[in-house]
Design a protein. Structure first.
Length: 535
C-alpha cells in the first residue's frame, strides 16, 4: 500500500531552483521554501491524492511558473545605466532600484542585484553604497530613487525590519561580526622598475573556523591613512586633547572619499560668509564637480568655517569593507587566506591620494597586526565539480588571484582536466605575477597552456583579448569539448573586451551569425560554463 505523504513531506522532495542557479545549498534551501510558500504549493500538495501525482505533474510546472514569473530586461551589464533605467521606468520601486545596480551579481554587496534592491526597498538595508562595481553612478541613482520614494510617501521609516536575504545570512564570523585575523606578510610581487606595486598578502585565520572555497572573496575592513585624518581634524572645531584623540579614532573608520548629502547639509546650515555662501550654491548645483571632491577637498574650499568634529563625523558613513578575490586554496594552505593586491596611489589637486585598503595592506599594517575579515561566498565562480572538465582562465593583472587558487585546488585534488591561462600586464620583466609558481604548475602538468600579453613589451600594445583571437580555433575547440570559461578583473573595460572577443571567436570558428553566437554564449552562462568575477 502506498503511503500518503503530508504536504511538508511532499515539498521536501521538490526543488524549484535550477541546479545551474548561482546559489549555495543554504541559499537554495531558503529560496525553495520562499517560492513554495509564494506559489501556494502547500495548497497544491494538499489537493493531491498521492506523492507520485504531485512530483510528476506539479514540480516541472511550478518551476516554469516561478522562473517565468517576472523578466528583468535591464539585468544586462552591457547596458548603460540610462538604458537600464528606461527599461524599468514603469516598474515598481524595488525594480527601479535593481536597474540602478551594476547587473553583475558579483556578491560584493553581500547580496545579488535583485536581493540588494529588495533589501533597500523593504527597509532592511540602509547602506546605499554597497554596489562597488556600479560606483558613483549607481550610488547617485539609488539615492535619487530613495529620495523620490520618500517624498512620495512610499517609504515608511517605522516599518519593521524584514527577514534578511539568504545571501546575507550566515553563522559565525560575518560582515557584521568580522574575525580579528593576523597579517602574516605583505610582500611585493612586482619588480623595482615596475610602474606598479602589487602585493602578495598572507593572512592567518587560525582559531576562526572560517572556511572558504576557491572563487570566494575575502572581505576586509581597512582604516584610513592617519595623515589624512589629521588634515581633516585641522579643519574642524576640536575641544580638548581627549576629544581630539577620540575623533581621530572614529575618523579612521569613516568614509572620507565622498561628499555626502549630510555633509552638504551641515555646511548649508553653518556657512555665514557671503562669498562662501555664493561658492557653496554654485558648487551644490554642479553635481559633476561635487562628485570629484573628497571630504578634505570640500573642507579646504570652505576653510573659513570650522564645523564641530562631532557633527562632521556624524555626517560621514562608516567605511564599507573591501572585497578581494582569494588567491589560495585551503587544501594547499590550511588556516590561511592569500590575496593579490595592487597598491593604488595617484596625484590630484596637488595632493597624493591613496587607495584606502590597498595602502592599508601595503604600508600601514605590519606582520602580526590585526585585520578584521570575513568570507564572502561567490555565486558559481569556482572550479568545476567534474575533475576532468577543462578550464580556460582569463585574468590579467591582479585578476590572476582566483586562478592561482584554482590551480592550487586542482593540483591538490589531482584533477585530470586541462587548464589554460591567459595572463597579461605591462612588462614581462617586472610584472609577471606568480611567474615561478605558474612555471612549477606547468612542469607538474597542472597548467597545460599559458598565453601572456605584456602590453608595453612592444610598440603595439597587446592584451589578453588579442591572444584569444590569435588562438581562436583552439579556444573554440576547448569550448566545444566542455571547457569552463572564467574571467576575473576590471568590469568596465577588460571584461567587456574579453566578452566581445569571446563572441567573435565563437562566431568565426563556429560559422555562426551574431545572434547564434550570442545564443551560444547565453547557453554557456546558463549551464555554468561562463563565469565572471569582475569589479
Amino acid at each position: 500500500m502506498n503511503k500518503v505523504m503530508n504536504p511538508k513531506e511532499l515539498l521536501a522532495g521538490v526543488s524549484l531552483i535550477p541546479e545551474s542557479a548561482p546559489f549555495n545549498e543554504e541559499q537554495r534551501s531558503w529560496l525553495n521554501g520562499f517560492f513554495a510558500g509564494m506559489t501556494g504549493l502547500e495548497e497544491v500538495a494538499r489537493s493531491q491524492t498521492g506523492a507520485q501525482n504531485f512530483t510528476a505533474g506539479t514540480n516541472s510546472d511550478a518551476i516554469a511558473e516561478v522562473e517565468n514569473e517576472e523578466e528583468f530586461p535591464w539585468h544586462d551589464d552591457s547596458l548603460l545605466i540610462d538604458e537600464r533605467m528606461e527599461l524599468a521606468q514603469n516598474k515598481p520601486y524595488k525594480r527601479k532600484l535593481m536597474a540602478a545596480m551594476a547587473q553583475l551579481d558579483c556578491g560584493s554587496c553581500g547580496y545579488l542585484c535583485q536581493t540588494y534592491s529588495e533589501a533597500i526597498a523593504n527597509g532592511e538595508e540602509s547602506n546605499l553604497t554597497l554596489c562597488t562595481p556600479g560606483g558613483k553612478e549607481t550610488a547617485k541613482m539609488v539615492k535619487k530613487l530613495v529620495k523620490l520614494e520618500s517624498e512620495s510617501g512610499g517609504i515608511n521609516s517605522t516599518a519593521p525590519t524584514q527577514t534578511a536575504s539568504p545571501a546575507a545570512e550566515s553563522t559565525g564570523y560575518t560582515r557584521k561580526n568580522p574575525f580579528p585575523a593576523k597579517l602574516i606578510k605583505s610582500e611585493k610581487l612586482t619588480g623595482d622598475q615596475s610602474a606598479k606595486d602589487v602585493r602578495h598578502v598572507e593572512i592567518d585565520l587560525s582559531g576562526s573556523d572560517l572556511t572558504y572555497d576557491v572563487g570566494d572573496a575575502l572581505g576586509l575592513f581597512p582604516t584610513n591613512c592617519p595623515e589624512l585624518v589629521e588634515e581633516i581634524i585641522n579643519h574642524c572645531d576640536v575641544g580638548n586633547e581627549e576629544e581630539k584623540s577620540s575623533a581621530i579614532q572614529r575618523l579612521l573608520t569613516r568614509d572620507l572619499a565622498q561628499v555626502t548629502d549630510e555633509l552638504v547639509e551641515l555646511y548649508a546650515a553653518g556657512l555665514t560668509d557671503d562669498l562662501d555662501r555664493e561658492r557653496f550654491n554654485t558648487l551644490t548645483m554642479d553635481e559633476d564637480q561635487l562628485d570629484e571632491l573628497d571630504v578634505l577637498d570640500y573642507l579646504q574650499i570652505f576653510d573659513n568655517y570650522r564645523p564641530s568634529v562631532t557633527s562632521l563625523i556624524e555626517s560621514l558613513p562608516e567605511l564599507n569593507p573591501r572585497l578581494y578575490s582569494i588567491a589560495s586554496s585551503l587544501k594547499a594552505h590550511p588556516d590561511q587566506v592569500h590575496l593579490t593586491v595592487g597598491k593604488v596611489t595617484y596625484q590630484k589637486k596637488d595632493r597624493l591620494r591613496k587607495g584606502v585598503a590597498s595602502t592599508f595592506l601595503a604600508e600601514r599594517v605590519q606582520a602580526g597586526s590585526e585585520l578584521r575579515v570575513f568570507v564572502q561566498k561567490s555565486h558559481g565562480f569556482t572550479v568545476p565539480t567534474d575533475e576532468s572538465a577543462p578550464m580556460i582562465m582569463v585574468g590579467p593583472g591582479t585578476g590572476i588571484a582566483p586562478f592561482i587558487a584554482f590551480l592550487q585546488e586542482r593540483a591538490a585534488r589531482k584533477s585530470t582536466g586541462k587548464n589554460w591561462l591567459f595572463f597579461g600586464d605591462q612588462k614581462s620583466a617586472t610584472d609577471f605575477l606568480y611567474q615561478q609558481e605558474l612555471s612549477d604548475y606547468q612542469e607538474q602538468g597542472f597548467l597545460h597552456r599559458i598565453d601572456t600579453a605584456f602590453s608595453r613589451d612592444q610598440e603595439q600594445k597587446i592584451y589578453v583579448q588579442d591572444r584569444m583571437r590569435e588562438n581562436a580555433a583552439e579556444l573554440y575547440k576547448w569550448l566545444e569539448s566542455g571547457a569552463r570559461f572564467f574571467v576575473c578583473g576590471d568590469a568596465g573595460r577588460m571584461a567587456k573586451d574579453v566578452d566581445k572577443a569571446l563572441h567573435e571567436v565563437i562566431k568565426t570558428e563556429g560559422k555562426m551569425s551574431d545572434e547564434e553566437a550570442k545564443a551560444y554564449v547565453k547557453r554557456l552562462k546558463e549551464n555554468g560554463k561562463y563565469s565572471r568575477d569582475v569589479y
